[in-house]
Design a protein around this ligand. Structure first.
Ligand SMILES: [Mg+2]
Ligand SMILES: [Zn+2]
Length: 201
């Protein structure tokens, strides 16, 4: 059952994809490059059991760069759903940004959009579709742009050390941005969320 706030909206967990739930392979272009971390299914299952909607929000500028199509992104997500189901875990929805403002080679995607992280467009779309409350939600990602999206949406942001995370933490932290927690991986992020959720409901 989905947890509801008094407003009737639900708190949710927004997960980055590459480097957070699967290994970061640069631009993923083949299904055989999909590698879930060993703790991913169990972590997502724990969120499912807590009644928290789980939403993947991912920048996929490879579409704008002409490296793969949106149909491939969707196919990747169907494959992820299948593999997670085998581990008893469910992602409630996927949202991706196919755009890039300056480096796109495919005209329709080579635009400045509102959905590219750290913008909050993907969160807003999910919130409308699923009845979520971003201000009571959590974002988990391996990049400062994920934390930026959390800030923009009024959610709490947790930086993981997998994927780009460890490097980002060391070298690229924007001076005006802080994560609410910096943890090793998605499993630790989920523990943090479940602990801190109690103060929300
Ligand atoms: Mg990432
Ligand atoms: Zn976009």
């Amino acid at each position: 059952m989905t947890l509801r706030l008094r407003s009737g909206q639900a708190p949710a967990v927004f997960l980055d994809r590459d480097g957070t739930i699967i290994e970061n392979v640069g631009y993923l272009r083949r299904l055989d490059q999909i590698a879930l971390y060993p703790w991913t299914a169990g972590s997502i299952r724990a969120l499912n059991q807590a009644g928290l909607p789980v939403v993947v929000t991912t920048n996929q500028a490879g579409v704008a760069r002409g490296l793969f199509t949106e149909a491939f992104v969707e196919k990747t997500h169907r494959e992820l759903t299948k593999r997670l189901a085998a581990g008893g875990a469910r992602i409630d929805a996927y949202y991706h940004c196919p755009h890039h403002p300056t480096e796109g080679t495919v005209a329709e995607y080579a635009i400045a959009c509102e959905c590219r992280k750290p913008g909050r467009g993907l969160v807003d779309r999910a919130a409308r579709d699923l009845g979520l409350d971003p201000a009571h939600s959590f974002v988990v990602g391996d990049s400062w742009i994920d934390i930026g999206m959390a800030r923009a949406a009024g959610a709490r942001g947790i930086l993981v050390g997998t994927g780009a995370g460890a490097d980002e933490e060391r070298s690229m932290r924007p001076p005006d941005l802080a994560a609410d927690a910096i943890v090793d991986n998605l499993a630790a992020a989920v523990s943090w969320i479940l602990l801190n959720l109690k103060s929300e409901i």
